[in-house]
Design a protein around this ligand. Structure first.
Ligand SMILES: [Zn+2]
Length: 108
């Protein structure tokens, strides 16, 4: 669990960028919870939504193409942002460190 491994840093940065893009699109305020999953509006397909699993209070898998391949996606990132907001008790407008979102990811 060192932060100095290049491969891990890159993936963590991808999560940070995914979270930033989701925030820029104002996704956090469009989330709907359905049982054990959260519906996140698709940014590429109008009216579509992706399903992100919630597992024991952490962000599980996403059913989008990137998510199915285990790659960082905006949908999982934005659910992590929402969990961060709940913890902080305030609105998050910027993700300044990858760990702010990656620590909410089940498999990261
Ligand atoms: Zn996704």
């Amino acid at each position: 669990m060192t932060a100095s491994l290049p491969a891990r840093s890159t993936v963590a940065q991808l999560w940070q960028w995914a979270a930033q893009r989701a925030l820029a699109a104002d996704l956090p305020h469009q989330l709907r919870q359905r049982g054990a999953s959260v519906l996140v509006p698709s940014l590429s397909t109008e009216g579509a939504a992706h399903r992100v699993q919630l597992v024991a209070g952490q962000v599980g898998g996403c059913d989008c193409e990137a998510g199915l391949h285990g790659r960082p996606c905006k949908h999982r990132a934005v659910v992590a942002v929402r969990l961060l907001e709940r913890e902080l008790g305030c609105r998050v407008t910027a993700v300044k460190a990858p760990a702010a979102v990656t620590r909410f990811l089940r498999s990261a």
